[in-house]
Design a protein around this ligand. Structure first.
Ligand SMILES: NC(=O)C1=CN([C@@H]2O[C@H](COP(=O)(O)OP(=O)(O)OC[C@H]3O[C@@H](n4cnc5c(N)ncnc54)[C@H](OP(=O)(O)O)[C@@H]3O)[C@@H](O)[C@H]2O)C=CC1
Ligand SMILES: CC(C)(CO)C(=O)C(=O)O
Length: 304
């Protein structure tokens, strides 16, 4: 498969590298890493074993990548105002577009520009950070759950999931993408925001009983928001316990929103807070703690 990666940071470089190592024809839209990758290839430092790709196809302009079978989107959502123009040159008659970004609203944006039938979304359970230029750090996890924006289990989603698995990435096709997106928000809403706001990592938050309790309360609010959306089946309250014990297993992980705040970049507030708050409120669920967290995060944004 010809695959084009738009947004080649921690997530885009990691999955793109795995797919290339597994035999796919991958090309990357590169910015910060362009010169390093051109000179030395791409290095993946991974908990599953390091590897190096000597020859990597990359360009600084999307128009140089050519049409592909599959576009993988790994932009931060705060760069979504550029998303459509960056993806457009890669789209041919049969191109599918898979966004692995966090939060809500990304598939809608792509569907509005390219048609809902082209668009898939994926939820990445990945802990990856950027290393020095030309290097990506895979700290843990990596499984993906992906599905059609239009809903239902399609042969195309199954085939893409199979391709990821063949390249060493755990991947499952799901029929209800919206449910999977809300489940991911159960993790992202408390941890991304609280870590960005406090400068504490996930382990520090969970080892302090009062903040653990707040994490839990935030998760329950998101579950209530999710269950107002008419999902194929409700997200059970026990899901919160599962997310907490999953995170207990992470060793001082710093979510990317925390790193963005520490490094002075904008935060993915609209996709992870603004749109979920609107969608929950539209169905009669007011997520009060989430609203407070969103307000405090927005207050600290650059330029405010
Ligand atoms: N990192 C992770 O483990 C996970 C991330 N996610 C989600 O995946 C998405 C990507 O996250 P992550 O990889 O961490 O983010 P990064 O900041 O590491 O990567 C984003 C990439 O997009 C590039 N980019 C931004 N604007 C443009 C533009 N106008 N033109 C070209 N490239 C551009 C950046 O360029 P430049 O090289 O100049 O910085 C960077 O390479 C987010 O939605 C995140 O929430 C989801 C699960 C796990
Ligand atoms: C839940 C986690 C940390 C990794 O599985 C993640 O995907 C994220 O940072 O968004």
């Amino acid at each position: 498969m010809k695959i084009g990666v738009i947004g080649s940071g921690a997530l885009g470089l990691y999955y793109g590298a795995m797919l290339q190592r597994g035999g796919q024809d991958v090309r990357f839209l590169l910015r910060r890493d362009f010169a390093a990758v051109r000179a030395h290839g791409l290095r993946v430092q991974s908990v599953d074993g390091d590897f190096h790709l000597e020859s990597v196809a990359g360009a600084r302009e999307a128009s140089e990548l050519g049409e592909v079978d599959l576009v993988l989107v790994g932009l931060k959502t705060f760069a979504n105002h550029r998303l459509v123009e960056l993806v457009r040159p890669l789209v041919g008659e049969n191109t599918a577009i898979l966004t692995l970004q966090n939060g809500l609203g990304n598939e809608q944006l792509l569907a509005g520009a390219f048609g809902a039938q082209r668009v898939l979304g994926g939820i990445a359970f990945l802990c990856a950070n950027r290393g020095k230029p030309g290097t990506v750090l895979h700290l843990g996890q990596g499984n993906i759950r992906l599905g059609e924006f239009a809903g239902g289990l399609s042969p195309r989603a199954e085939a893409i999931a199979e391709m990821f698995r063949a390249c060493g990435v755990g991947c499952e096709a799901v029929a209800d993408l919206l449910r999977a997106r809300w489940e991911k928000l159960v993790w992202n809403v408390p941890f991304n925001g609280l870590c960005a706001l406090t400068g504490k990592d996930v382990t520090e938050l969970l080892e302090h009983p009062p903040t653990r309790q707040q994490v839990c309360a935030l998760m329950l609010e998101v579950v209530a928001g999710a269950n107002a959306q008419g999902l194929s089946s409700p997200v059970p309250a026990e899901f919160v316990e599962r997310m907490l014990s999953f995170t207990d297993g992470m060793d001082h992980y710093r979510p990317s929103m925390m790193i963005d705040r520490l490094e002075g970049r904008p935060l993915e507030l609209e996709a992870i807070y603004g749109i979920p708050l609107q969608q929950a409120a539209a169905r009669g669920v007011e997520m009060v703690r989430v609203r407070m967290l969103h307000a405090l995060l927005a207050l600290g944004e650059p330029g405010r």
